[in-house]
Every structure is written in structure tokens, then in C-alpha cells.
Design a protein around this ligand. Structure first.
Ligand SMILES: *[C@@H]1O[C@H](CO)[C@@H](O)[C@H](O)[C@H]1NC(C)=O
Ligand SMILES: *[C@@H]1O[C@H](CO)[C@@H](O)[C@H](O)[C@H]1NC(C)=O
Ligand SMILES: *[C@@H]1O[C@H](CO)[C@@H](O)[C@H](O)[C@H]1NC(C)=O
Ligand SMILES: *[C@@H]1O[C@H](CO)[C@@H](O)[C@H](O)[C@H]1NC(C)=O
Ligand SMILES: *[C@@H]1O[C@H](CO)[C@@H](O)[C@H](O)[C@H]1NC(C)=O
Ligand SMILES: *[C@@H]1O[C@H](CO)[C@@H](O)[C@H](O)[C@H]1NC(C)=O
Ligand SMILES: *[C@@H]1O[C@H](CO)[C@@H](O)[C@H](O)[C@H]1NC(C)=O
Ligand SMILES: *[C@@H]1O[C@H](CO)[C@@H](O)[C@H](O)[C@H]1NC(C)=O
Ligand SMILES: *[C@@H]1O[C@H](CO)[C@@H](O)[C@H](O)[C@H]1NC(C)=O
Ligand SMILES: *[C@@H]1O[C@H](CO)[C@@H](O)[C@H](O)[C@H]1NC(C)=O
Ligand SMILES: *[C@@H]1O[C@H](CO)[C@@H](O)[C@H](O)[C@H]1NC(C)=O
Ligand SMILES: *[C@@H]1O[C@H](CO)[C@@H](O)[C@H](O)[C@H]1NC(C)=O
Length: 640
């Protein structure tokens, strides 16, 4: 993600700034005539990976977000563990016990101390990520326990305020003080809670622990997961993302790969294997990361959603120090180990560990980014050398991997860049300037591929707080994306960012979508629909269009695939516009339109702006279509 200290915008020395037209220059409501040349041989080939997604752990996008595990602070990870999300149930004391770690990685557990003469069931609750969503679903539940106990353990899902008990499930547990044992069960909730204000409870017979204590650790609760994967993604959230049709996923950051200091960087081998072996870390966004969503989970996510992985590797830069030169060598070796873990045969040193962790075949990996935003936080002077050191190592073993340089700032990158290296540009802009960058790639060198690894319309430079996508901003994004499509021979991949947030933990917004523990809280931003409309109507070639007017306030791009011609339109202005498009050899199709008043948007659980789809027929089957574009409207015409 962008720098933590400034929400600044960078376009890079490669980019020629040319201003587009802004609404002030529009001249009322004359008709715009467009004629599309439908011969695919006349246009540029369009990148199949043009629209993708970027993920990093922030805004509780992973823990408490798309990763399905619902209990918070379950491994007491991070450098300053406390009782966040826990509360005692009954007459007991609870504390974080570092003396009874569950494993080498999970180095504390919850101690529940039971005073003498307690009777009845007592224990503790975990209140999840601002609540636990309770739906009519099958839950997988596990915990580790140590201490003498032979009897019934009751797990429950309960309304925190209402006291409503949705599920009570009993299991027999034989626990010993000699070691932690893992207990696993599954239970059904047969009804849904009305809100997210719920908790998970673990209770035991207080009389059996009278005057003593039990330790419980690494509690895990999963609702149904996407494609049924163990330690997987939340099914509802993943399907919502899938519906926006991303073709690649940039992982695992963003700032979050870098670390606030070198030891706090994202360490790939701490994110693999059983979760009980994952120590977690202090993330860059000021909360502990469990790393339960780890390297293999990212790769399963890509495979299950048919996305190309774009993996960033740690390149020596953290927010609290930089290693370079000979000191970087061990970290270069670590990158090569990571790549062998992903790509090596299952009889190689690291490939065999991957196989042991559940993936025999190598993962497909064709894109590797060296670091993140190395023009920031002191990275610039050493990046040319660090990049080259890592590039040479990777290219020597994996010459077919596409390498990405993490900034376009010329004096921060090697000159010349090795051929084929892609440049990653990141920028966030308010609506008018974003439209002003409509044609920024028109004069870009054609032999230098670009990934826009993070971008979006952000109507503020303030760092924190909640902001929402709104119709004008999303229209500006559509204009900008029309610019991407027109230059898709250079612009190979783009990712709106950030991807998602848990609404209870907003740090940086807007995001493409969000949700909370409440039912039906999944909320698409207006930007989500723009991504969906563009990604769902991607051509294989861009088509030439003749027009009676220049771009602004109406912008357009046409493309085609084997069957369908697409015409994308955006009206970045406060007046209605009429577009008449001639698309020879077509008769009819669909018109999808996103529009609304200039500042309208979708807020959590309050979805007002959605695209409308209608059938459209050309006048007398002539291939002439009249499209009435409302102010700030974005339309996609798909005709055959
Ligand atoms: C676009 O304009 C050019 C130049 O006037 C002309 O040769 C071409 O046939 C036109 N194409 C369409 C589709 O109208
Ligand atoms: C959810 O509800 C349906 C009836 O609406 C029921 O058939 C199904 O078994 C329930 N699922 C669970 C996991 O309880
Ligand atoms: C636990 O309780 C069960 C049932 O009362 C008994 O069969 C078993 O031997 C007990 N186990 C231990 C270790 O005491
Ligand atoms: C939970 O519900 C599923 C169907 O949704 C059913 O197959 C399973 O047997 C149920 N489990 C229990 C413990 O009732
Ligand atoms: C991961 O590798 C680092 C060395 O880079 C090592 O210190 C650490 O113990 C490893 N983690 C695990 C869980 O094996
Ligand atoms: C998967 O994605 C690739 C590239 O985006 C595409 O060519 C292919 O058709 C997709 N496969 C499926 C099954 O959707
Ligand atoms: C791994 O297996 C392949 C073929 O099965 C073999 O050629 C290769 O020598 C083996 N590598 C190692 C390190 O054992
Ligand atoms: C990468 O490796 C291949 C194969 O060894 C080589 O042909 C190519 O020149 C290398 N690329 C660069 C830019 O050095
Ligand atoms: C062409 O694009 C349309 C969407 O406009 C899509 O429904 C169709 O599946 C695509 N056809 C092919 C062959 O990809
Ligand atoms: C724009 O068109 C809508 C109907 O599509 C109409 O309600 C509105 O009054 C028009 N606005 C202007 C400024 O003409
Ligand atoms: C966008 O930013 C401008 C300038 O700060 C402000 O006037 C406007 O209210 C903002 N709009 C929204 C929807 O946030
Ligand atoms: C369709 O549009 C073309 C180009 O503007 C025009 O020449 C033709 O007369 C139109 N046909 C109909 C039926 O409107």
C-alpha cells in the first residue's frame, strides 16, 4: 500500500503528463456520434490480465476479513499480547499465560483460573472481530487445552447483549497438565443472528477444576469456506470478490510486506504449515497479523479464483532499516528458498516442504515483484543495487519469471532496466486530476510494460478515517480505465486498491468493498461496479473509433472478443449527453449503466447505487444505437 506517512501520488518519470478535459470545458448537450471499426485486425491487442486485485493485510482485510477464521487474538500474537476480544464467563479469572505456550510459534495461552467451590459451567468468551457472524451454517471449531480435566466442554454461539443462545454443543474432553492437546469439532447453527453482536464461548464444569486452572490456546472457528478449503477464505466474501472478475492477485503487500523494522518484515516461511507453527507478527498497519492467511493460502486463493499470482518478495527495505550489498545476500538466498518452495519439484529441499503442507505440484508463478514502493522511506539510493542483486539471482534460476520493479522513479531504478521488466506505478487521485491523467500512457514507451499495482479515486489526502466512493469519483475511475484500455499494449495489469475492509476496523478507505459481522453487510462501493462492468466486458482487441467530438466530457473505448463488441462510455460532467454509436454488423445486446447523483454512494448495508441492465436494439437493425448518458454516468454496451 502507499506510504504510511504521506498519501502522496507518484506517476513516475516515464509518464508524460497531458491534461484531459474537465467538465468546465464541456459544452452542453450536443450529440456525440461514434463509429466503431469492428475489424479486430485494426486495433491493439488487449491484455487478458488488465483488471486484477491487490491484497494486503490492513483494515482487517485478512484477519477478520476474507480469511474465514472468526475468533480474534486467538494466538496472542504480536509483541504486546493482551486480552483483546476475551472475557470471563462465570466466576473465573482469565489472563494471558506466556509460561504455557501452545507451541514454539504460539507462545502464550489463555489461563482460566477457577476459585474454590465454584459450581456450574464457567469459562470464557471470544467476541471475534467486533462480533461473530452467526448464520444457519456448519461451523468448524478447534482449540488446544492443557490442565487436568476429564469431562464435558460446551461450546456456544451466544448473542453478547441479547444472551440469545444460537448453538450449544457438548464434547467430551480428556485433557492433561502434561501437554497441550488439540480438540476439534463441528456443529450446526440452525438459525441466524439478527446482528453481529455475538460471541463464541467455551465452558467447562467448574467443580472439576475447583481451585485450579486450565489453559486454552489457539481457538479457531470457521464458517463454511470458499471451495471448502481447510484454513480457507470466507465463502460469502470470496464469492463477492470473484463476482468482480479479477484476473490476478498482487500479494502480500503493499507496505505490509516491508515491516516496521527488519525483524518485523513479512517472513514467508513463518506463514506456512499448520497455524500452530505460525508465530504471526506486528503488521505494518499497527495490529498483530496471525499469518493464518499465508503463502499457500494466497496461492490456493489464486488457483481457486483462476487468478494469476503477482508475488512481492522482501527486498531489504523496511520502515525501520535497510539492508543492501553483501548484507543482503542471506535475504537473497531466502528469496530463492521461497521460490523453490513455490516452484521446486516435490523432491527438492523446499518443494518437499510444500508437498508436506498439502501441495504436491509446484504452484504456477509467473510474476515476481521486487519489494514495494522503493522510492519511499529511504529506499531510493540502494534500490538499483538491491534490485539488480535479486533480479540476477532470480533470472539465473527462473529466466521465464516476469520481474516487476517497484517504482517508476528513474533515479531509484537501474538504468537501463533489463528488457521486459515491468514497472509498477501506484497512485491515488481526486476525481478531476484522475480524469486529467486519462491520456498519461498515450506517449509512454511501447516496449516497457506497466502494472498499476495500486490506484483509485480518493477524494482526500487525509490518511485515516472513513471515506466513501461516490458516483463522480467512480466515473473518474471509468474515464481513467478507458485510458488503460486504449493503452493496453503497455498497461498490462491494473488493480484498484485497497481491496476490502472490515467496517469495524477502517484504517484506510475507500475500499472496493467491505463488510462487518452483521448479516447482509457485504457492501459494494460504486467503484466495485465499475471494476465489475469493465472486467466483465473485456475484449481481446481494442477497436478504432471515429468520433464527431474530442474526448470530454464523454469518453469511450471499443473492444471486441470472438462474439461480442463492447463500447464503454463515461460521461464525466454534470449535463446529460446523447451518444449515437454506429457498430456495423451488430443488431442488439445489453446496456449496463451505473449512474446516480454526483456525490451519492453506497454505505455499509445501505446500497443505493447499483448498475441497471437493459436490452438495447439498434435502430432498424442498422447497428446504430442511441445511448442517453446521464450526468456522471458510466455505461457498457455489449452487442452482437
Ligand atoms: C474513420 O475515419 C477514417 C479517416 O477519415 C476513415 O478512413 C475510416 O473509414 C473511418 N472509419 C469508420 C469506422 O468510420
Ligand atoms: C439451514 O436451513 C435449512 C432450511 O432453511 C436447513 O435445511 C439446513 O439444514 C440448515 N443448515 C444448517 C447447517 O443448519
Ligand atoms: C475420563 O472419563 C471417562 C468416563 O468417565 C473414563 O472412562 C476415562 O478413564 C477417564 N480418563 C481419565 C484419563 O481419567
Ligand atoms: C449439520 O448440517 C449438515 C447439513 O447442512 C448435516 O450434514 C450434518 O449432519 C449436521 N451436523 C450435525 C451435528 O447436526
Ligand atoms: C524462517 O526462516 C528464518 C530464517 O530466515 C528462521 O529464523 C525462522 O526460524 C524460520 N521460521 C520457521 C517457522 O521455521
Ligand atoms: C482463467 O484465466 C485465464 C487468463 O485470464 C483465461 O484465459 C481462462 O479462460 C480462465 N479459465 C477459466 C476456467 O475461467
Ligand atoms: C527429483 O526427481 C526427478 C525425477 O523424478 C529426478 O530427476 C531428480 O534427480 C530428483 N531430484 C532430487 C534432488 O532428488
Ligand atoms: C535472463 O536469463 C536468460 C536465460 O539465461 C537470458 O537469456 C537473459 O538475457 C537474462 N535476462 C537478462 C535481462 O539478463
Ligand atoms: C465476450 O464478451 C462477453 C461479455 O461482453 C462475454 O459474455 C463472452 O463470454 C465473451 N466471449 C468470449 C468468447 O470470451
Ligand atoms: C437528464 O436526464 C434525466 C432523465 O434521464 C432527466 O430526469 C434530467 O432532468 C436531465 N437533466 C438535465 C439537466 O437535463
Ligand atoms: C470531495 O472533495 C471535495 C474537495 O475537498 C469536497 O468539496 C467534496 O465534498 C468531496 N466529496 C465527497 C463526496 O466526499
Ligand atoms: C446509421 O448511422 C450511419 C452513420 O452515422 C448513417 O449513415 C445511417 O444512415 C444510419 N442508419 C440508420 C438506419 O439510422
Amino acid at each position: 500500500m502507499r506510504s504510511l506517512t504521506k498519501a502522496s501520488v507518484f506517476l513516475g518519470a516515464f509518464v508524460t503528463r497531458l491534461s484531459g478535459r474537465t467538465p468546465e470545458e464541456s459544452h452542453g448537450n450536443d450529440e456525440v456520434f461514434l463509429s466503431v471499426n469492428t475489424d479486430a485486425r485494426e486495433g491493439n491487442v488487449s491484455s487478458p490480465l488488465l483488471y486484477g486485485a491487490m491484497f494486503e493485510e490492513m483494515d482487517h482485510s485478512g484477519d477478520g476479513g476474507i480469511h474465514a477464521q472468526l475468533l480474534r487474538n486467538n494466538g496472542f500474537q504480536g509483541s504486546d499480547p493482551d486480552l483483546t476480544a476475551y472475557k470471563p464467563i462465570g466466576d473465573v479469572d482469565i489472563s494471558v499465560d506466556p509460561l504455557r505456550p501452545v507451541s514454539n510459534a504460539i507462545n502464550a495461552s489463555l489461563q482460566v483460573t477457577v476459585p474454590k467451590d465454584v459450581t456450574g459451567f464457567v469459562g470464557f468468551a471470544n467476541t471475534g472481530y467486533a462480533g461473530v457472524p452467526v448464520t444457519n451454517a456448519t461451523y468448524q471449531n478447534s482449540f488446544w487445552m492443557m490442565g487436568e480435566y476429564n469431562g464435558t466442554v460446551t461450546v456456544q454461539l451466544v448473542g453478547s447483549s441479547s444472551g440469545d443462545v444460537f448453538v450449544t454443543y457438548n464434547l467430551s474432553v480428556e485433557s492433561t497438565e502434561k501437554e497441550f492437546r488439540r480438540f476439534e469439532t463441528s456443529f450446526n447453527s440452525t438459525r441466524a443472528a439478527e446482528d453481529g453482536d455475538n460471541e463464541w464461548r467455551l465452558l467447562f464444569d467448574g467443580a472439576l477444576v475447583n481451585g485450579s486452572f486450565l489453559n486454552i490456546g489457539l481457538v479457531e472457528l470457521f464458517p463454511p469456506t470458499y471451495k471448502g478449503r481447510a484454513n480457507g477464505l470466507r465463502d460469502d466474501v470470496a464469492k463477492f470478490l470473484e463476482a468482480s472478475k479479477p484476473t490476478f492477485l498482487r500479494i502480500p503487500g503493499g507496505n505490509n510486506i516491508e515491516g516496521l523494522s527488519i525483524p518485523k518484515r513479512w517472513i514467508w516461511n513463518n506463514t506456512i504449515g499448520p497455524t500452530v507453527d505460525r508465530p504471526g507478527r506486528d503488521g505494518n498497519w499497527f495490529y498483530p497479523n496471525t499469518d493464518a492467511l499465508g503463502l499457500d493460502e494466497y496461492m490456493w486463493w489464486c488457483e481457486d479464483m483462476n487468478m494469476t499470482a503477482v508475488l512481492a518478495v522482501w527486498d531489504g527495505k523496511s520502515y525501520g532499516g535497510i539492508v543492501s550489498g553483501p548484507d543482503l545476500e542471506p535475504y537473497v538466498d531466502d528469496i530463492m528458498n521461497e521460490l523453490e518452495y513455490l516452484l521446486g519439484p516435490s523432491n527438492s529441499t523446499w518443494g518437499s516442504l510444500r508437498a508436506k503442507n498439502g501441495r504436491k505440484d509446484p504452484w504456477p508463478l509467473h510474476y515476481v515483484e521486487i519489494g514495494n514502493e522503493d522510492d519511499y522511506t529511504g529506499g531510493c539510493p540502494t534500490y538499483p543495487d538491491r534490485f539488480t542483486q535479486i533480479y540476477n539471482a532470480i533470472n539465473a534460476t527462473y529466466p521465464d519469471i516476469n520481474i516487476i520493479v517497484s517504482t517508476g522513479v528513474q533515479n531509484c531504478i537501474p538504468s537501463p532496466l533489463p528488457p521486459g521488466v515491468m514497472i509498477d506505478l501506484h497512485y491515488y487521485q481526486s476525481p478531476d486530476p484522475l480524469v486529467g491523467l486519462f491520456n498519461q500512457f498515450d506517449n509512454f514507451p511501447r516496449d516497457r510494460p506497466v502494472i498499476i499495482g495500486e490506484w483509485g479515486c480518493r477524494n482526500t489526502t487525509a490518511e485515516r478515517g472513513q471515506f466513501w466512493s461516490f458516483v463522480q469519483g467512480s466515473c473518474a475511475e471509468a474515464v481513467h480505465m478507458i485510458g488503460f484500455e486504449r493503452n493496453s499494449d503497455v498497461v498490462k495489469m491494473t488493480a484498484y486498491a485497497p481491496l476490502l475492509q472490515n467496517f469495524a476496523f477502517t484504517q484506510w478507505s475507500p475500499t472496493l468493498f467491505g463488510f462487518s459481522s452483521n448479516p447482509n453487510s457485504l457492501t459494494p462501493s460504486t467503484s466495485y461496479f465499475i471494476q465489475q462492468m469493465f472486467a466483465g466486458n473485456k475484449g481481446t482487441s481494442v477497436l478504432p473509433v471515429n468520433s464527431t467530438k474530442d474526448f470530454g466530457p464523454v469518453y469511450w473505448v471499443a473492444s471486441r472478443n470472438e462474439t461480442t463488441i463492447h463500447l464503454k462510455l463515461a460521461n464525466y460532467g454534470a449535463d446529460n449527453q446523447t451518444v449515437i454509436a454506429n457498430i456495423p454488423d451488430t443488431r442488439s445486446g445489453t446496456l449496463e449503466m451505473l449512474a446516480g447523483s454526483q456525490f451519492a454512494g453506497n454505505k455499509p448495508g445501505d446500497i443505493k447505487i447499483v448498475p441497471k441492465r437493459e436490452r438495447i436494439v439498434s435502430k432498424g437493425n442498422s447497428g446504430n444505437y442511441t445511448v442517453e448518458m446521464p450526468a456522471w454516468g458510466v455505461a457498457v454496451l455489449a452487442v452482437v
